[in-house]
Design a protein around this ligand. Structure first.
Ligand code: SF4
Length: 347
């Protein structure tokens, strides 16, 4: 592992960031609430994909107080489509404990529900200029390559070492630049030091990069295989009757997707297996790979529809928190319907 001089690295990186960073909406503010919303969204969503959700969420909940005053159902509906809904639930809970005022210290931010080391460091440095280095996947990749370190980044001691290296580079800076330094490291990883094809030819740190000198960029960082993927086949049905759709809602305190609405499955409706399949799609949650078959049709009049299944008016769907699986199935159903009709006819 090679040591890189802190001052020259940070100066080059900040110069580059000043000239080349992407103009993203959360970079035009130092409001901790807005930065918090963006950081939570960006935990599992790409920046470009997060932008419309970010803007819609802030239009609907422009402040901590507005978020705290909303119902859980409204918050989940605004998050619908972003996935990993525990993020929205935690934000809602955190807004309620803040009592209208966003905390200003690293530890108080870290103590909020749903906030880990990375998010606390990002908010503290960007909103308040506090000197805490962030360590996300992008920063780990940059540090592993700069230092030519082939340790497994899945190991906590590797992450601690990489965090200390990032912190060392941040510590030499004027404290007002802590947020810019963190964002610059992440931006370099997101736009230049890419996972598969690092763009070393345009990298501001190329001269200091040990992996580049050794020709090992493509082999770093090292991540040993985690849990093997588990394949799961499932079926859902789109059943409509006079402008209403058959759905069921998960218990609010269910461990996964509590409060979300789902399409019926064969276990809930024995007649389901007899309906024609209109297509399949894949859906991945952590290491679970779902292969979802979508069926569609109507039920015989005498078919029993028992709780928790309910007929829900279709026009109310946009305001309901629908699971991502249900949304994907409905999109597939919509496409099939469009194909079945004349292509000119609007759905
Ligand atoms: S020189 Fe290449 S491998 Fe090294 S930090 Fe820059 S982009 Fe990444």
């Amino acid at each position: 592992m090679t040591r890189v001089p802190a001052r020259s690295l940070a100066a080059k990186l900040l110069d580059w960031y000043g000239a080349h960073h992407r103009d993203l909406p959360w970079r035009r503010t130092r409001d901790p609430y807005r930065i918090w919303v963006s950081e939570i969204m960006l935990q599992q969503t790409r920046a470009e994909a997060a932008i419309p959700y970010y803007q819609r969420f802030l239009d609907r909940f422009p402040s901590v107080a507005a978020l705290a005053a909303a119902s859980a159902e409204e918050v989940l509906a605004s998050w619908s489509g972003l996935g990993y809904y525990s993020r929205a639930r935690n934000m809602h809970q955190a807004a309620r404990v803040m009592d209208g005022v966003f905390p200003r210290s690293y530890q108080a931010i870290r103590d909020l529900p749903g906030v880990g080391d990375y998010t606390a460091a990002a908010i503290a440095s960007i909103a308040f200029g506090l000197p805490y280095a962030v360590l996300d996947g992008n920063v780990m990749r940059v540090v592993a390559r700069l230092t030519n370190d082939a340790a497994d980044i899945g190991a906590s001691r590797t992450r601690a070492r990489f965090r200390a290296i990032a912190q060392h580079h941040l510590d030499g800076l004027d404290r007002r630049r802590a947020g810019a330094f963190n964002q610059a490291m992440m931006e370099l990883g997101a736009t230049v030091c890419l996972p598969r094809s690092p763009r070393c030819g345009i990298c501001p740190l190329a001269e200091m990069c040990a992996a580049r000198r050794a020709g090992r960029q493509a082999q770093l960082p090292v991540k040993l295989p985690a849990t093997a993927p588990v394949k799961i086949a499932m079926e859902v049905a789109i059943i409509e009757r006079r402008g209403r759709l058959l759905l069921w809602q998960r218990d609010a305190d269910a461990r996964r997707l509590g409060g979300f609405w789902e399409l019926p499955s064969p276990e809930q409706l024995p007649e389901l297996g007899a309906l024609p399949a209109i297509g399949t799609f894949r859906h991945t949650i952590t290491h679970h790979r779902y292969q979802v078959t979508v069926r569609s049709g109507s039920l015989a009049r005498q078919a029993r529809v028992a709780r928790p299944l309910r007929w829900v008016p279709i026009e109310t769907l946009p305001s309901l928190p629908l699971s991502t699986t249900a949304r994907k199935a409905l999109r597939l159903g919509q496409k099939t319907e469009v194909r079945r009709r004349s292509p000119q006819e609007p759905f």
